[in-house]
Design a protein around this ligand. Structure first.
Ligand SMILES: C[S@@+](CC[C@H](N)C(=O)[O-])C[C@H]1O[C@@H](n2cnc3c(N)ncnc32)[C@H](O)[C@@H]1O
Length: 259
């Protein structure tokens, strides 16, 4: 059987090698669930396309942010651009970000918001803040960002106790310590306006979530969180198999009827 397949392949390759090779690739990707595996090189290709749309000055700032030894903590540029475009698509004005680091995702979210929009960003670590501020300034979005230093729990508690911020945000983006994702989601839910969108990053945790025993603490937390979020929000929730996994939940106005 193997010989026959190889003979057929050879025959088709002679006829039109490029087309056939593409077809074989297509067939392979269909049989593996229908998706193309986005490896580092494909991601670099997407980043090149994005860089075409940025000014030389912004490209310089973006590259400087990506050069840091811990820049693996940033969302990839392709995800940052997705967040920017998503804000525009949603017509978002107020966003809340949990986990800011060097302000990479924050800047793109801010850029995607309405002109008079604002991101309320928070992080417990003060060390990257000066860099984040310089980055926001270079990207021309510092006016659209309010940063609060503190533990996410405390910041969220403060916001939920403050009547005007209840049901205020169009979008909440969670990208911090995985152990507390469920707690952050429950608090964020009170802050989201009906119809608002919750985004949670790293919900595939390097793909480790698919193992029954992942042997990884973060992955085990994320697995528990993933099951919980799908059970709780039913058809309002989706997990994008992109980057490190991005969960998206919409706060429907009448959740019990629409589930
Ligand atoms: C993955 S980084 C965020 C990256 C950023 N969203 C970006 O893409 O540019 C996670 C951040 O969460 C912060 N963090 C972790 N635990 C936290 C907590 N309990 N409260 C507030 N921030 C926390 C860390 O200090 C770190 O800067």
């Amino acid at each position: 059987m193997k010989e026959l397949v190889s003979k057929i392949r050879k025959f088709f390759k002679q006829l039109h090698p490029v087309k056939v090779r593409k077809a074989i690739h297509y067939q392979k990707s269909r049989s593996s669930g229908g998706h193309v595996q986005v490896n580092m090189h494909v991601n670099q290709y997407i980043e090149q396309l994005i860089r075409l749309t940025e000014t030389p000055e912004d490209n310089f700032s973006i590259r400087s942010n990506q050069k840091h030894e811990r820049s693996y903590l940033n969302v990839p540029l392709s995800e940052a651009r997705f967040l920017e475009v998503l804000m525009k698509a949603l017509g978002a004005k107020h966003a809340l970000e949990i986990g800011t680091f060097r302000g990479f995702s924050t800047a793109f979210i801010a850029r995607g918001l309405a002109k008079d929009g604002k991101v309320f960003a928070c992080d417990e670590d003060a060390r990257p803040v000066p860099f984040a501020r310089r980055f926001w300034q270079a990207m021309g979005v510092e006016e659209k960002i309010h940063f609060e230093l503190g533990m996410a729990k405390g910041v969220l508690e403060k916001l939920t106790k403050d009547e005007p911020t209840l049901e205020f945000f169009d979008v909440v983006f969670i990208d911090a310590d995985k152990e507390n994702y469920k707690e952050y989601t429950l608090e964020a839910w009170k802050l989201l306006r009906p119809g608002g969108t919750l985004l949670v990053d790293n919900t595939l945790n390097k793909g480790l979530v698919r193992y029954e025993e992942s042997g990884d603490n973060s992955a085990e937390h994320i697995k528990e969180f993933n099951t919980w979020i799908f059970e709780t929000f039913q058809k309002q929730v989706s997990l994008l198999p992109a980057w490190d996994g991005l969960t998206m939940v919409v706060k429907a106005e009448h959740i019990s009827e629409e589930n």
